[in-house]
Design a protein around this ligand. Sequence first.
Ligand code: BGP
Length: 490
Amino acid sequence: MGKRQFPEGFLWGGASAANQIEGGWKEGGKGISVPDTMRQRFDENLKDYNVQNRAVLSEVLKALETEDVENYPKRHGSDFYHHYEEDLAELAAMGFKCFRMSIAWSRIFPRGDEEEPNEEGLQFYDRVFAACRKYGIEPLVTMSHYEMPVHLALHYRGWYDRRVVDFFLRFVKVICERYQDAVKYWITFNEIDSMLRHPYTSAGLLEECFPGQNFEEVIFQAMHHQFVASALAVKICHETIPDSKVGCMLTKLTYYPYTCKPEDVRKAQEIMRSTYCYSDAQVFGEYPRYLLTYFKNHGITIHKEPGDDEIMKKYPVDFISFSYYNSYCAAEDGTGLEKSGGNTAVGYRNPYLKSSEWGWQIDPMGLRISLVDLYDRYRRPLFIVENGLGAKDVLKEDGTVDDPYRIAYLDAHIRAMLDAIELDGVDLMGYTTWGCIDMVSESTRQMSKRYGFLYVDCDDYGHGTYKRYRKASFDWYRRVIETNGGCLFE
Ligand code: BGP
């Protein structure tokens, strides 16, 4: 093999989400969003691997009565709202080709059901995209990253209500038209599959709002609405921005059989299928037969409007994007096995792998396996839009942060990506590491679970100067991008 390098034009960069990075929760006419109502959970045992339990209505209502920012970390984020210019300059200094971000729905439609958008919110993103352009950074924009206006969750019961599809499409139309010259790459819903694991975050669904109903059926109904909305968002995007590329996004949950016992292998297959079914629907444009079988066996009935099937079929996605952090083990009978945590899911601990401080098992080979599985299944370009290591970094007195553990993690995953491209023939468009600037964690809402190349001086309660400091990984990643990955093989 000759000199090892990533393909020309590979989109190197980093990723973020408005609700975790922006702060400015009430500025510029922004409405209150679902994540603004989510309290910190530092007092809980975060290692009990049950960090994504379901939200409760009374807690949400309580949140709406308080201006407290300390205990509602998504309200302060990393204050990107006021730091975007310097942040993008720093990302450009690292050589970023691409920056994944989301547009907060509640900045554009504060309640979600207005007829007209909030001009001030639109202007904020005008400025962000202008800065991206200035630095030659291609934005990759998620239309919905766990951040619906809370009004839609409480007054319409979230994505269960069909009218929310129309509200969302109004938002999509507005942002596609407004940013047609600025944004070419789009993602419709972040981790669409996560709705089953955290229905309030993903779809504004609170169980108490559906008394007497089968809540799983409610979730699948909301999921159907997101499938239709996603397909129509692809349509709007393609019609408004002819050279645009639109992707779906899934949580890549990679499960291995705990042993070679056929029962364990079957169990792993079952779980893997249950994560693929959402991308199957968005790529093949129809419900996979095994999901329909599941509905039948569990008495789940989805209401479809006439034309929904045709819409899903007609507007599939252009690429498949996904998050990958770790792998899991599956066993038919888990008695006596130790659990391990991960990106919104739980599995059994793999004795061959090490874990992060949050118990997520580190597995670069699992990324290569995931890439091959996805590419063989879909034969469409893939985009890794989240990957990284959440760790407790220490800012030293001289303003430096040593994070060799992060460099080691990313190094190994990037090598696995290149193996997938060069040895396994996978078509990979790009790589945006998660949380390139430190931001509030999604699952634990901690600031101290850091992923970035830039350290943000802010603690779990939002106290600090919010000043940014380059970590050791900053220069390392700059070199990786500069050499198109080549420096890893020198
Ligand atoms: C994904 C989400 C991100 C993100 C990431 C890391 O599920 O799309 O929003 O935060 O996981 O998870 P955490 O922040 O919980 O460590």
